[in-house]
Design a protein around this ligand. Sequence first.
Ligand code: NAP
Length: 308
Amino acid sequence: MSEPTKIGLVGIGKIARDQHIPSIERSPSFALAAGVSRNAKVDGVENFTDLEAFLSARPDVLAVSLCTPPSSRFEMAVSAIKAGRDVMLEKPPGATLGEVEALVALAEHHQVSLFATWHSRFAPAVEPARKWLKGKTIRSVEIVWKEDVRRWHPGQDWIWEAGGFGVFDPGINALSILTALVPSVFVTGAILETPENRAMPIAAKLSMRNLDGVAVEAVFDWRQEGPQTWGIAIRTDQGELRLSRGGASMSVDGRMRKEEPEAEYDGLYARFAELVASKQVDVDLSPLKIVADAFLCGRKVDVEPFHE
Ligand code: NAP
């Protein structure tokens, strides 16, 4: 077996610590070689506070995983790609469609791999759901994605600023599953409930459909205390499929399927290894396109101020 590819992790915050570091440690394909973060350090590896300094000091580190917020990721990705590194992007891959398309062109020009990750697509019930839906006619889809922002995003001011996505930060996870299961969905209307003191919505309702006449309704809400809801119900001509817990569980007509263990980020790094080996680009913009269209055609409604 070949040596693992050395990888640098950039933006050492919640998701880097919760998921990326443990998954890289388990990965046979990657070895964590450096951390890049202005304020935080990763134990046991060389740490840098500046990406450019890291790129010039460590030419042996051939892959870079960017875990910073989306609005600060583009310039970092450009630097890493120009330095010939294979690049993995946390979701959402950028703050705009245009900048991610530019990154794709740059990666192709430099012949490096670029992976726009959608971790929820690697949730254990998503592939079984896709298989179950094969050959069935989807009639309608209902998404309910409700969580407590204070619990899951404490202190993350960036998430409320322009380019931070607000409630679409979790909502886009649902849309990444939707677009993996239902073809060619587009937005027909949206309501964006936005606190008076914030730039991004705290809740959103989306109406969508596709060319086959499938109606899709989605409700995202960050004000949910108590039990949290991350569910998708898909009604077909042959029964109803329900994904719950963000794609971790699946039931058909109320009967639960056997649950597989959660391994979303292990799946992402396995996929990134394939892309690195073949220098391919894997960038699917369809979830981001839905969010962008919701902002384009959505009606903004002011709601009460949000204070953490
Ligand atoms: P976070 O806890 O705020 O960490 C992001 C880190 O990026 C910060 O700790 C910061 O470290 C660095 N950073 C660099 N430029 C920054 C800037 N302009 N503003 C703020 N931080 C900056 O965020 P996170 O929850 O890990 O989320 C990061 C990305 O992962 C997001 O795209 C998010 O959607 C995605 N994600 C998050 C979760 C989750 O459960 N939290 C799950 C899946 C995906 P330094 O200050 O040390 O540079």
